[in-house]
Structures are given as C-alpha cells and as structure tokens.
Design a protein around this ligand. Structure first.
Ligand code: PBG
Length: 322
C-alpha cells in the first residue's frame, strides 16, 4: 500500500506529534563527561584544539564535575596528567598519583557522582605508548600487572567503575582477578573493547600530552577497516569479565556500534572522541554550522545506533539544551 493512502508527513505535522512518535530520546543521563586532571592548584589550562575543554587541577575538576552532576550527567571519566613521566608509567599506579587523588576528592565532594577511572599507561609513560616497551615493541604480558595495579589503586581511591583503554590482550581478565583479590568484586569493568587506531584521537593527545614519541598504536589498537573483529574483541572481553563494552570512536563507527548492540546483552558505550568534538567546534567557531543543532543530531545518531552510554566532551553543552 502506498501513496495516496500512505502519507508519511501526517506524523510530522507538528512538534507535538513528532514528539509522540520519536524513537530515540537523548537525556543528560546518557552522558559520561571526560575530565583531564593535572597537578597543581588553580590550574584551568585550555586545550587549544578542544575549545571549552581544560586541563584542570583537582579542585577545579571537582567544580567542573559538580556542574556536570547538577545538570543531570551521572558520571565522569578521568584522565590523569602527571608532572613526571617515566618508561614504566609509574604515575599511573602510584597510590598517591594525580588520578587516584582526584578520584578520592571527587567521591568525598560529590558522593552520588559515578567516577570512572580510565586505565592505561599512555598518559604516564615518557615514550607515550600504552604499555611498557622492549626496543620499539609494546610488551603485552609485562604490561598486564601494571594495568591491574592501576585498577586496584583507583578502586582503593574510590573509583566506581574501571575502564581499561590500553587494548592489551588479556587485560580485562587480569584486572577482574586483581580487583576481586583486593575485595573490589563489586566494582564493574567498562572495557574499551573495540578501540580503533584512529586519527580522531589527535586533540586528546594534545590534552593528555600522550602522543607516542616513536611509532604508532596500530600494533595494539584495531584496524579501522574491520568490523567482524570488533565482535570478537567484545565477546572476548565479556568472557574475561567485562560488565559493559565500548566502541571507540563513535561517528565513523556507527555500524560497529549497531553490530555490537545486536550481538551482546550488556550495556554498550560509545566514545564521541576528541577529534569528533574538535571538528564540530571549529566549524561552529567559523560560523559555518549551527553548533547546538549539529551536536544534538550527532549525539542522537550515536544513541540511535545502539549506544546506551555516550562519552562526550559535549556533555555539559548538550545537557544544558535537554
Ligand atoms: C588512552 C586513551 C585515548 C583516548 C581515551 N583513552 C587515546 C589514545 O588511544 O591515543 C582518546 C579519547 C579521545 O580522543 O577523546 N588512554
């Protein structure tokens, strides 16, 4: 049956009816807001390539998180920027590391806020890779205990969720075991399960000062051309104990989000990454696009593709509009 019986426009005639038949509804409670936490006091250093995003000292990160929380955003994810980096990334798993202190301050100040710890070595190593090196090679198995130690120190500091983003094989299993042994059996793991080797992380690496000095991350992050492999990664992580899985980046990978959502019955997160944010901000600053409209359209597309949770630098801007 079709025209003139079928007229799609009947259900588009007013905002009221459009709202009644809308399939996807965005809400501030979908968002997770990333924060870059740095040493010192009174620091609010703009990230040049990410307008509106800052490196924040701990007390300023608490203020920023308070704003997010009061806008209805339930969670933040933390990235630490230590003063000193070394070959083994020891700042990542020090019990008094910048991220561990930030977690404990945040939990004391805003107990209801969910604090997620990103677990990875790249912000803490002087070479910028996500694991320890032997020559130019990132050592998978030697990195695992360090990641486990980072997860446990973050949980001790009060982290509600542990989110490994390093893409070493076996890290979810090792982290689960370490958390359980340290009696953090109720702390869930959100694994960056399908994380691609992406050019869209460029601005993050400025924000976190974490670009690899030599080589790149293609030896551990996924090839952007592969989608079936994402399913394999996701299923492996769930078998190892992941409670939630992530696809990252989001926009060039909406098909991957969709496929993952069809395959698993755990919550699916998507990371609307730094480069995706910067493109929109830059075009908006030039007056070329309607920022609010495009932001909401992008976030809606990520949710429509199947994401239950969206990590996004737009969280505050979007929450204010919703
Ligand atoms: C690794 C990590 C990265 C991002 C989140 N966790 C960077 C990378 O793999 O180079 C990127 C996030 C973004 O681009 O917004 N710790």
């Amino acid at each position: 049956m079709s025209f003139p019986i079928q007229r799609g426009r009947r259900l588009r005639r007013s905002e009221a009816i459009r709202q009644m038949v809308r399939e996807t509804e965005l809400s501030p409670s979908d968002f997770i807001y990333p924060l870059f936490v740095t040493e010192g006091r009174g620091v609010r250093r703009p990230v040049t390539s990410m307008p509106g995003i800052y490196n924040l000292s701990i007390e300023n990160a608490v203020e920023e998180a308070r704003q997010a929380h009061s806008l209805g955003v339930p969670a933040v994810i933390l990235f630490g920027i230590p003063d000193r980096k070394d070959a083994k990334g020891s700042g990542a798993y020090a019990s008094d590391g910048v991220v561990q202190r930030a977690i404990s301050e945040l939990k004391q100040s805003i107990p209801a806020l969910q604090v997620i710890a990103d677990v990875c070595l790249c912000e803490y190593t002087d070479h910028g890779h996500c694991g320890v090196l032997s020559g130019q090679d990132v050592q998978n198995d030697a990195t695992l205990p360090l990641l486990a130690q980072m997860a446990v120190t973050c949980a001790k500091a009060g982290a509600d969720i542990i989110a490994p983003s390093d893409m070493m094989d076996g890290r979810v299993g090792i982290i689960r075991k370490a958390l359980d042994e340290a009696r953090f059996d109720s702390v869930p793991i959100l694994s960056y399960a399908a994380k691609y080797a992406s050019g869209f992380y460029g601005p993050f690496r400025e924000a976190a000062q974490s670009s690899p000095k030599v080589g790149d991350r293609r030896g551990y992050q996924m090839d952007p051309a592969n989608a079936r492999e994402a399913i394999k990664e996701v299923l492996t992580d769930i078998e190892e104990g992941a409670d939630m899985v992530m696809v990252k980046p989001a926009l060039s990978y909406l098909d991957v989000i969709w496929r993952v959502k069809q395959q698993v019955n755990v919550p699916v997160a998507a990371y609307n990454v730094s480069g995706e944010y910067s493109l929109v901000k830059a075009a908006a600053q030039n007056g070329w696009i309607d920022y609010s409209r495009i932001m909401l359209e992008i976030l809606t597309s990520i949710k429509r593709a199947g994401a239950d949770l969206i990590l996004t630098y737009h969280a505050l801007d979007a929450a204010r509009l919703l």
